[in-house]
Structures are given as structure tokens and as C-alpha cells.
Design a protein around this ligand. Structure first.
Ligand code: CU
Length: 171
């Protein structure tokens, strides 16, 4: 009988401790976080020749201003069968944070001479007004993720594909 009481008491103790750790864990998750995110504006490039792969039937530039295409003959005058595609992007392109967190995005432009960039909140409100970002320079954008949903750092020069998405989850 005494053993059974001891077992019950131990089980109860373990449950209480587990509950305490769980509460601590949830509190830790709820702590407001200040994030610093380093981002790079890049241009991905791919090339091949028509003997390996036929060029796309539709010009990729009709899909996005962020895509580039050089048809056979345009890509390399010395290699008339070569064709080339490019895509401008922010990397990382997707970031997840909690509501109330603060973000500082430090972006460096490696590819593309100019990018017309703005940051919009989930409701379309302007968080950071349009500015021109130049190759070789670093830019800093700070904001508080007050609204649940997706904030977008968009480049209008290469829309709609050159976009970094910040998903804000409820706290
Ligand atoms: Cu751009």
C-alpha cells in the first residue's frame, strides 16, 4: 500500500514538473524577438544550347519583369546555338516571425544596377516607401510586424517575382 502511495506521489510530482516546464516553454516562445536578417539581391542564370534542349516556346519575359531571356544568336555571337535565362530574386525569399517581433532587414545588391523597392503590410499599407536600390550598396529596412499575415518586400522593376515574403504568425 505504501509503495502504491509513493508511486502515485511520484507520478503527481512528475506531472506538476512537466506542466511547469511546459508553461516556461510557452512563455519563452512568447518572448518578443528582434530579428536581423541579411538579404542579397541576386540574379540566377541558366544557359544551354539548342542541341541539348529546345528553347522555351513562349518568351519568359512575358511572365515576369524579373525574368530575362536571350534567344539563340543573342546569348553569345560566337556560340549561335546557346540560349540563356535569368531570374532576379531576394535571398532568403521567405522569413517567418511572430506578431510583435521587430525586424531589421539588411540588404545588399549584388546583381541588377537598379531596383525600385517598397515594403507593404498585409493590408496593403506602405511600411517602407519606394526607394531605388543600387548595385554595390547596402540598404536597411526596419519595421515592427504588428499585423498577422504577409508583409512583402517587392521590387517593381522585376515584378512580380522579385519579392521577399515575411509571414507573421499570431503570437
Ligand atoms: Cu529588382
Amino acid at each position: 500500500m505504501r509503495q502504491r502511495h509513493l508511486w502515485a506521489a511520484t507520478t503527481f510530482g512528475v506531472l506538476i514538473l512537466s506542466a511547469l516546464f511546459l508553461v516556461e516553454d510557452v512563455n519563452a516562445q512568447r518572448a518578443l524577438t528582434a530579428h536581423t536578417i541579411f538579404m542579397t539581391a541576386v540574379e540566377f542564370k541558366g544557359a544551354t544550347t539548342i542541341d541539348k534542349l529546345a528553347p522555351p516556346s513562349a518568351n519568359p519575359t512575358s511572365l515576369s519583369k524579373g525574368y530575362g531571356y536571350k534567344a539563340p544568336g543573342e546569348a553569345d555571337k560566337n556560340a549561335p546555338t546557346k540560349w540563356e535565362v535569368v531570374s532576379y530574386a531576394f535571398t532568403p525569399g521567405f522569413v517567418t516571425v511572430r506578431q510583435g517581433d521587430t525586424l531589421t532587414v539588411i540588404a545588399f545588391v549584388v546583381n541588377g544596377d537598379k531596383h525600385e523597392v517598397a515594403m507593404l503590410a498585409p493590408d496593403g499599407q506602405v511600411v517602407v516607401p519606394t526607394a531605388t536600390w543600387h548595385r554595390g550598396q547596402e540598404y536597411r529596412v526596419s519595421f515592427a510586424a504588428e499585423k498577422v499575415g504577409t508583409y512583402r518586400l517587392s521590387c517593381f522593376t522585376h515584378a512580380p517575382t522579385m519579392t521577399a515574403t515575411f509571414l507573421v504568425l499570431p503570437r
